[in-house]
Write a protein that binds this ligand. Structure first.
Ligand code: MCN
Length: 762
């Protein structure tokens, strides 16, 4: 992308607002008369609440009311929305134990909210919250999903015996067993996909106002889209969706985490109505670590069966997901349907079988996190493939090529029921090995060796499904206004993806008008459609933008025909102007809209797209310290037609940085005995620093999608999906020659150093 970059781009439309401090985030709402909430949170992982004394807190100056779990139970705010509606093994459905929005009688993770103090000021609320006295009876805690499944483990919910929330399977167990019986070689690994804390810059926050006149709740909150938020709030509170108005302007990052209607928001709804004043709550960063959903958290045993020639015969997975103490809206789909959808990766594997178990533990709930299961499955497949190549002494590129789904097999129906749309895997790989100078690696490794360093080359060839969504269609409304502007209304909400720019470009290009005339308005009209997530907005809302723009031209054509006194078929349109064919008569779209604003709706159902790519990475390890540097990163992606190259580069760059973060440092750690959160701040939770992220070089190798009006495939998550396996494979490539057989992420200096020392001793 950078190489062929001849962009007309002069910065994102939203950037001036955002970098000059003119953005409006959750904490910027300041409603007249607003009160402030502070949550009392569990300081332990698992305990019964024996008693709670709130009298001192209630007597604290400025305090209006203290809410507890009993209030949540009395209101009936105990249920929550979970996307998964499909059955699992044996036709059994997912178990959703109740979760009162303030924990009642029992707390199940450090940070579980059990009381809410509402006061005149944030300081008063916080001071009073410290006066709430809780007497607990401690219960044993379990923070590992595997341990939670073991007999005799502490039990979190009586509704979920054995802590098992859902037992799901995909593929054919029989076919896989038969294929394994024929295998000449089996590569087996148990792999950790660590639990991480998505850490958007903006802290989570919400302000709720209740309008007693019409019984409407106005919820000002950081979101990924209004519809998903309303649906969830309604599911918990029983308030009809049309009585919930969600307001949001700018959102400072989400990565899946802001899609949930968290319990805090519902507790605030309770208070805003009862107290008759708006109630605001803004999280702190440490509170966020203990109450914002985490991501990933899978332990996967994978087995790849190959024949004598290195052809893949079958893949078997035993996938155990740590869901935390309660189910989030998205986590259970992220760790069942999403990985099973792309379980064959980019390979023709005749037999697939995966068993996916979702498990409750005494930890923060897990939800979708950039990629939502796709990086996890790509990691498992790509590590197995590279390990198999090493075990068999086959070049990892050759092994991949040998097993790629051939170009003429697309659209390709996978054994787990997906239909991959067309792409050209060999073209992507060819370009990548040339771009990343695969052949020159041996010489570069020698150079590193001379300097006393270990060099490794990692490859990942990955595919993921994006698009589709909870709501079966996406709507966009466009209005040509009397003031000459083009207003575009969407319910998809940008959290940093630059939709004001790219959606604006789609409309501006379809209408042939300057981008400055187009204004993207997110979440202000209650349209039908999906939230931003699953890298689906361009495919969904973006396509609807194009269809709406084309419809606007058609609508304008009929109106212009009346003005120009010709048949509509005689009216031509170009660059904002309607002409009567064969005459000089014309009228602009602007002039038409001045007479009467023109409003149209574009809508459609757009299926999944399957972006894919090959990322080559090189690392250099200092064996004396275990410190690793990423010395090269070359990405080739097929995301179909690109709307804007700079934005796509930014998306890939950010996602690769997140992948590198997970591979080299990020990990949520709980004390395995007490269940205390050990990584509750950025001192202990290692975010990727600028120095970790190398220059990321990118090229595209597009095959346009046939599933949507733009020919685009999603790109927002693909950098995570590819970088995690690519970097891990690079690490293993560097360490394997020393005799290191296995290492899990994160590849921290200490872990790498220990692995090198143990291998040398052995
Ligand atoms: N784009 C493009 N050409 C394409 C595909 C996309 O120009 N062929 C542009 C789009 O128009 C959009 C951006 O790239 O401006 C991402 O588009 P898309 O792939 O459709 O993904 P979404 O807009 O649906 O974004 C969701 C995706 C997800 S799921 C997560 S998580 C994520 C991500 O995007 N969270 C982000 N990127 C993020 N970026 C920022 N800054 N902050 C987050 O929270």
């Amino acid at each position: 992308m950078s190489d062929s970059h001849a962009s007309h781009f002069h910065g994102r439309v939203e950037d001036r607002r955002l970098v000059t401090g003119a953005g409006r985030y959750a904490a910027d709402w300041d409603l007249p008369g607003q009160l402030y909430a502070c949550f009392v949170r569990a300081d332990r992982a698992h305990a019964e609440i024996v008693s709670m004394k709130t009298d001192k807190a209630r007597a604290h100056p400025g305090v209006k009311r203290v809410y507890t779990g009993e209030d949540a139970l009395a209101a009936g705010y105990t249920q929550y929305f979970v996307i998964v509606s499909y059955p699992g093994r044996g036709g059994k459905h997912i178990i959703k134990p109740p979760r009162p929005v303030l924990a009642a009688r029992r707390v199940r993770h450090v940070g579980d909210a059990l009381a809410m103090v509402v006061a005149d000021s944030a300081v008063a609320a916080q001071d009073a919250a410290e006066l709430v006295e809780v007497e607990y009876r401690d219960l044993p805690a379990v923070v590992s999903a595997e341990k939670a499944l073991a007999p005799g483990a502490p039990q979190l919910h009586e509704e979920a015996p054995g802590n098992l929330a859902f037992d799901y399977e995909a593929g054919s167990e029989e076919a896989v067993s038969a294929a394994f019986a024929q295998a000449a070689h089996v590569t087996k690994r148990k792999l950790e996909v660590t639990r991480v804390a998505p850490s958007p810059m903006e802290l989570r926050g919400c302000t709720v106002r209740y309008d007693a006149k019409d019984g409407t709740y106005h919820v000002h909150v950081c979101i990924q889209g209004i519809n998903m938020m309303r649906k969830q709030l309604a599911a918990t509170t029983g308030v009809p969706e049309d009585k919930i108005v969600v307001h949001a302007q700018d959102v400072g990052g989400s990565f899946g985490q802001r899609s949930a209607a968290y319990p805090e928001y519902c507790a605030q709804m309770l208070a805003a109505k009862e107290l008759g004043r708006p109630v605001q709550w803004i999280s702190t960063r440490s509170e966020g670590f203990a109450s914002d959903t985490h991501g990933r958290g899978n332990t996967v045993t994978g087995e790849l069966a190959l024949d004598r020639d290195g052809q893949f015969l079958a893949l078997r997975l035993d996938w155990i997901s740590d869901m935390g103490a309660y189910l989030s809206a998205t986590g259970s789909a992220s760790h069942t349907r999403n990985p099973s959808t792309c379980m064959t990766g980019v390979y023709r594997i005749p037999a697939l079988y995966g068993r996916f178990r979702l498990v409750f533990t005494n930890t923060v709930p897990v939800a979708a996190y950039r990629g939502a299961g796709r990086p996890d499955i790509a990691y498992v497949i790509e590590r197995l493939v590279s390990e198999a190549a090493a075990e068999l002494g086959i070049d990892p590129v050759k092994l991949r090529r040998r097993n790629f789904i051939p170009k003429d097999a697309f659209p390709y129906k996978t054994p787990t029921g997906s239909t991959y749309e067309a792409t050209d895997l060999h073209a992507v790989l060819d370009r990548a090995i040339q771009f990343g100078d695969w052949k020159g690696f041996a010489a570069r490794r020698k150079q590193s060796e001379k300097a006393g360093k270990l060099r490794g080359l990692g490859i990942a060839t990955v595919i993921e499904n994006t698009g589709a969504g909870l709501f079966p269609k996406d709507q966009v409304e466009i209005e040509a206004t009397a003031s000459g502007g083009i207003d575009v209304f969407t319910v998809s909400h940008s959290q940093g993806q630059g939709h004001e720019t790219t959606f604006g470009m789609i409309v501006a290009e379809a209408l042939g008008v300057p981008l400055e005339r187009v204004r993207i308005r997110q979440g202000v009209k209650p349209l039908f459609g999906n939230h931003t997530g699953g890298s689906r907005s361009t495919v969904g809302a973006g396509s609807a933008c194009k269809l709406a723009a084309l419809k606007l031209i058609e609508q304008g054509r009929s109106l212009a025909a009346e003005q120009l006194e010709v048949e509509p078929s005689q009216v031509e349109y170009a660059a904002g102007v309607f002409h009567a064919r064969g005459s000089k008569r014309k009228i602009t779209l602007e002039a038409l809209a001045k007479r009467r604003p023109i409003s149209v709706m574009g809508e459609g159902s757009f299926g999944s797209t399957f972006p894919n790519g090959c990322h080559l990475s090189e690392v250099e390890i200092d064996p004396a310290t275990g410190v690793t540097r990423i010395v090269a990163y070359n990405a080739v992606d097929d995301c179909g037609n690109v709307i804007d190259h700079t934005i796509v580069e930014g998306q890939v760059h950010g996602a690769v940085a997140q992948g590198a973060g997970q591979i080299f440092g990020e990990q949520v750690v709980y004390d395995r005995d007490t269940g205390q959160l050990l990584t509750g701040s950025f001192i202990d939770y290692i975010m990727p620093r600028a120095g970790l992220v190398p220059q990321i070089r990118m090229q595209d190798s597009p095959v346009p999608s046939v599933n949507n009006a733009l020919g685009a495939k999603g790109v927002g998550e693909s950098g995570c999906t590819a970088s995690i396996p690519s970097l891990a494979n690079a690490m293993m490539d560097a360490l394997r020659p020393l005799g290191v057989k296995h290492l899990d992420m994160p590849f921290t200096p200490a872990r790498v150093w220990h692995a090198i020392r143990s291998a040398r001793k052995a």
